[in-house]
Design a protein around this ligand. Sequence first.
Ligand SMILES: Cc1cc2nc3c(=O)[nH]c(=O)nc-3n(C[C@H](O)[C@H](O)[C@H](O)COP(=O)(O)OP(=O)(O)OC[C@H]3O[C@@H](n4cnc5c(N)ncnc54)[C@H](O)[C@@H]3O)c2cc1C
Length: 458
Amino acid sequence: MMYDIVIVGAGSAGCSAAFTAAKRNFNVCLIDAKPRERVGDKICGNAIGHHHLERIGLEIPEDVKTNEIEGLFIYPPSLDCWEVPGGEYRGMMLDRLLFGQYLLNRAIDAGVELRDKTVAAGPIIDNGFVKGVEVRPNEKIYGNITIDCGGLRSFIREKLPKSFGIETKIEDKDVNIGYRERRKIKQKLESENFCRIYVNPHEFPGGYGWIFPESEYVVNVGLGVRKLPNHPNPRERLYETLLKMELFKDSEILETNGRKQAGGMDVSTRRSLASLVGNGILIAGEAGSIVDPVTGSGNGQAFVTGKFAAEIACDALEKSDVSRENLWTYDLQHYTEKNGYGQRYTPIDAFRDFLQSIKPEDLDYAREHGIIKEEDLITLTTKGELKLSLTDKAKRSFRGIGRLSLLRNLNYVKGVMEKIKDHCSAYPASPERFPEWKEKIDSIFFELEEKFKPYIGK
Ligand SMILES: Cc1cc2nc3c(=O)[nH]c(=O)nc-3n(C[C@H](O)[C@H](O)[C@H](O)COP(=O)(O)OP(=O)(O)OC[C@H]3O[C@@H](n4cnc5c(N)ncnc54)[C@H](O)[C@@H]3O)c2cc1C
């Protein structure tokens, strides 16, 4: 069977892409390994920022929302928290399965053909172009253009030939492994409209713990740690840390990661792929690592980039030109537009390298002495820029207690983030100069990784 567009993965990215293309009257095949009724069932913290929804005008039905979120409490090891209300920290908690089912049904109602319980094994390559996918056990589904929305471990991306110029592998060092439970608690949660994040490098090396409220009495509690050799088991770590809090005394488990993901579920925590397009193919969502590298959140980015990828795919089909050159606009917008996720999150990946190297006492120091203030966190996460609120008093105390290396490192990472932002803005207008651009960004990150070695917790 020949389709205009074949989409692999019916997660948020895939359903959004499929809906968009079907609305433009293209015939679309959407493939997912899961049975239809389990589409959307994903291990997740279930939090989403309003700004992603607003970006594409996605309305969420009331029964899919479980709570409104007004802001964030971020706790360093000392638990003296940063309180960040409003703005981009406004959001909601979702019933993840219902959300996925809502996106899927919307796509099917628009005319998309769903092939559920179908595993895509790899791309069909013909004459240097992707022409659809092979599915197990032995079938070919052809499409004029393919959108890979298969998530972090996408078989499509992984099996693309080198000549496509797309990075195929997301390495474990750029992944966090997470475990979460939904729990009913006996005592009422204070400030039930605020999410809580615990950044304690000792307990959650290279990651963080979270308590996200679904209501006063139901929370999603979990953690992620960087997937380095000998990383702690996230489930065990959750039981040794957050679940020891008084809040969880006599609490009841509503949901766990399940048997298959009991040891943890991977989530990408690196910048997006340097290029997300090739002849006959575009990549959206976590398959392209389009996530916030510090938090690993990527649900909003998935449905936004699914839509963007489908719009570009439809434009290309209308022009009967699905070459890499003609799909390049997707990369260009991603890296150069003010709100492009590449422009925003690539500098934040540099901050991740710094953050994952910081000692617990330095984090407490930065909080206690107002070196990183609430407003700095807002600019960091919304614009990918680091502003340092260094008063004279703070500078003096830096010298006084020998924290000059922290100050030097903060200044260094700030400078690198600015350089990366400029480099993103200078993304090449066509693929010819891409290898040069990529070489430079890779060398910037190579240097960063040499400088900031990860702090290994307990
Ligand atoms: C523990 C944890 C907590 C998280 N918490 C949050 C959070 O609170 N907020 C947030 O925004 N993000 C969170 N995330 C990240 C978020 O879940 C992902 O970024 C998001 O789901 C990515 O969406 P996607 O559509 O790109 O990919 P996915 O949701 O991974 O969807 C991919 C789809 O492709 C299908 N698929 C994969 N391979 C194949 C194949 N070969 N053949 C057929 N089908 C295939 C899968 O079945 C799946 O349905 C969390 C992740 C984890 C692991």
